[in-house]
Design a protein around this ligand. Structure first.
Ligand code: ZN
Length: 92
């Protein structure tokens, strides 16, 4: 009786692993499908593009377009100048 249980459990685990593997294959095939490509790429691009916030005006923009500094990210050079600590503001 105990052996039958073990065999059933092993079969059950094998079934789950096979099903998971099959589902992964299906997803890969779906992403290759040109009709679904536009939709799936939209879903993929959104999480990969990291957005940052300008510490001066609070604008959200892609990290690649932002100007990084030790204090944070800025949307433009002007805000980088304005956003710097007090020492640079004394000139204006
Ligand atoms: Zn800004």
């Amino acid at each position: 009786m105990f052996r039958i249980l073990i065999v059933l459990i092993i079969l059950w685990i094998a079934w789950i692993l096979a099903r998971r593997h099959f589902l992964n294959l299906c997803r890969k095939e779906h992403s290759m499908d040109p009709s679904e490509k536009s939709d799936s790429t939209h879903h993929r691009i959104v999480p990969t593009v990291k957005t940052v916030q300008c510490v001066h005006c609070g604008l959200h923009l892609p990290e690649v377009e932002a100007i990084s500094s030790p204090h944070g990210f800025y949307c433009c050079r002007e805000h980088q100048q304005l956003g710097l600590p007090d020492e640079s503001r004394q000139s204006s």
